[in-house]
Design a protein around this ligand. Structure first.
Ligand code: BEZ
Ligand code: FE
Length: 292
């Protein structure tokens, strides 16, 4: 057995971890060791810096619970969440691109009919989002689930309001037989990610903007097609080019057009001026893998 030196330590650790019973775990762990050791050597890590990193990870674990996931937030601001999404959803260029899920999705959103208002009494400028869900050949897809959620006009989700214990600003719509959908809601505002924890502490020591641009989340699900998790971003909104979680994509920026009171985009009428966004979601079939 070779005794440990600075020079042979990485090889010894690699040999030990390559014995993992699962070949994939062996691959992951040995790659992790190679990169961790290379990083440590590259930056000449001090014991104080190593202890500070352990303290940061401990604080990140302590602040996380069922409602708050600080490790996911850390992954988001480091660009890791978006990288994992990009690599695992290499859709064809014609399909709507995927983005991160984020921490505010819940499973049990209420169902809503075509054009039903998911904002209930939450104040804000009325917004209609209409369009179709299509396959890659442009054929409309019927009965597609569109699970929609968003922040309010102050940029706040219900999970951030202790006095609100009911789901709000979220609903599950379905496309009609011609592939059309109509969401009625209010215009959301951009917001800062939670800054009162270890991720916020880290970001505060940089010039990184902690804001996300105004957006609405969509989970679009249809049997036979890849499940699409994505956002629509409001054109002209602040922070589009500095989104702290690297979510913004050109294809997902839509105009919220101002319209006067009168005819509404759902075919009815509306007594107030309102906004209208139009967007067609294009889904990739499950067996179409564009990867080389
Ligand atoms: C969100 O848009 O809901 C979100 C995504 C990632 C981190 C924080 C918030
Ligand atoms: Fe969001």
């Amino acid at each position: 057995m070779a005794f440990v030196t600075e020079d042979n330590l990485t090889d010894l650790a690699l040999k030990r971890w390559s014995t993992a019973h699962s070949p994939r775990l062996a691959e992951l762990m040995t790659a992790l060791i190679r990169h961790l050791h290379a990083f440590t050597r590259e930056v000449d890590l001090t014991e104080g810096e190593w202890a500070a990193a352990v303290e940061w990870l401990t604080a990140t674990g302590r602040i996380s619970d069922d409602k708050r996931q600080e490790f996911i937030l850390a992954s988001d601001v480091l660009g890791l969440s978006t990288l994992v999404v990009q690599m695992n959803h290499r859709f064809s260029a014609a399909a709507t691109p995927a983005t991160v899920l984020g921490p505010f999705h819940i499973d049990g959103s209420p169902s809503a009919a075509f054009g039903a208002d998911m904002s209930d009494d939450v104040p804000g400028t009325p917004l209609f989002i209409t369009g179709r869900v299509l396959d890659l050949d442009g054929a409309p897809l019927s009965d597609v689930l569109l699970d929609v959620w968003q922040a309010d006009a102050d940029g706040t989700y219900e999970a951030q309001l202790p006095e609100v214990d009911e789901a709000r600003l979220r609903a599950k719509y379905r496309t009609r037989s011609d592939g059309t959908y109509c969401v009625r809601t209010i215009a959301p505002r951009g917001y800062a990610i939670p800054m009162d924890g270890p991720v916020g502490n880290l970001i505060s020591g940089t010039d990184i903007s902690c804001f996300r641009p105004a957006h609405i989340h969509f989970l679009v699900d249809h049997p036979g097609h890849e499940k699409l998790i994505t956002h629509l971003f409001r054109q002209g909104s602040a922070f589009l080019d500095t989104d702290v979680v690297f979510g913004t994509k050109d294809e997902l920026i839509v105009s919220f057009t101002e319209r006067p009171a009168g005819d509404a985009p759902d075919g009815g009428t509306i007594a107030e001026p309102h906004l209208h966004a139009e967007f067609d979601f294009v889904l990739q079939a499950r067996d179409e893998d564009p990867r080389p």
